[in-house]
Design a protein around this ligand. Sequence first.
Ligand SMILES: Nc1ncnc2c1ncn2[C@@H]1O[C@H](COP(=O)(O)OP(=O)(O)O)[C@@H](O)[C@H]1O
Ligand SMILES: [Mg+2]
Length: 245
Amino acid sequence: MTTGAAVMSCRDVSVRYGASVALHDMSLDMHRGEMIGVLGANGAGKSTFVNALAGWSRGAAAVSGEISLLGRSIARVKPHVRFRSGVALVSEGKNVFGRVSVSDHFRLIRIPAPEDTRFRVTADEIFELFPRLAERRSHLGGQLSGGERQMLALACALLSCPRVLLLDEPSIGLAPMIVTELLQTVRRLVDRGLPVLLVEQNAEAALKVVDRVVLLETGRKVLEGGREVAGDSRIQDAYLGKRKE
Ligand SMILES: Nc1ncnc2c1ncn2[C@@H]1O[C@H](COP(=O)(O)OP(=O)(O)O)[C@@H](O)[C@H]1O
Ligand SMILES: [Mg+2]
């Protein structure tokens, strides 16, 4: 169930890398308790979009358009300040520190003061959500499997008390069973109120948990709708492998 005004919004966000435009006029509203899937083929502009929301880029990206958090513009705010304001991005690289233990990762996070609009979990709850991390709390980041690193990156994002969570391809490189488990865990967080933007190439897995999807093609939103869009031929053709030729 979604409630109230948008937590995060963007209007006409475009991103250029030099002369090439990777994202055109993207607009989207994210609400409490809502999980939105961002689908699209490789190179469609999915990472460019979530990175722009977080104020981050792998290169010299020129971002235009409006981005707001709880009605306040953050479009010109630095990435670390956006993070402190509650915009948590788990980027494609699943960044964790190789020589820092699981429990020391948690100690590195400065937990902000409690506020109604922030999602709050304790380290104990994190270990309940991710029992694998509890078993491996003394292991170093570099000793974890891909799935465990993904869980740790997600756990750190959650401990920062986010207002929105942006997940860039959490399923990449993970076994199908782990993907299902991970996405179901994320869904439970959404049901506790946290808005989540989930970037996925794996449309089939995403469509099981999201409320709404947007489909990007070469940097443009070409489709937006509820789960019923799973039946749209553009999604089926491109990602579910059901093309009949
Ligand atoms: N740092 C960068 N510099 C130049 N071009 C980039 C950069 N990052 C991405 N691109 C280009 O922007 C387009 C969208 O990329 P990306 O957002 O990573 O797509 P996706 O995440 O959907 O696979 C691609 O054509 C890609 O080559
Ligand atoms: Mg990407």
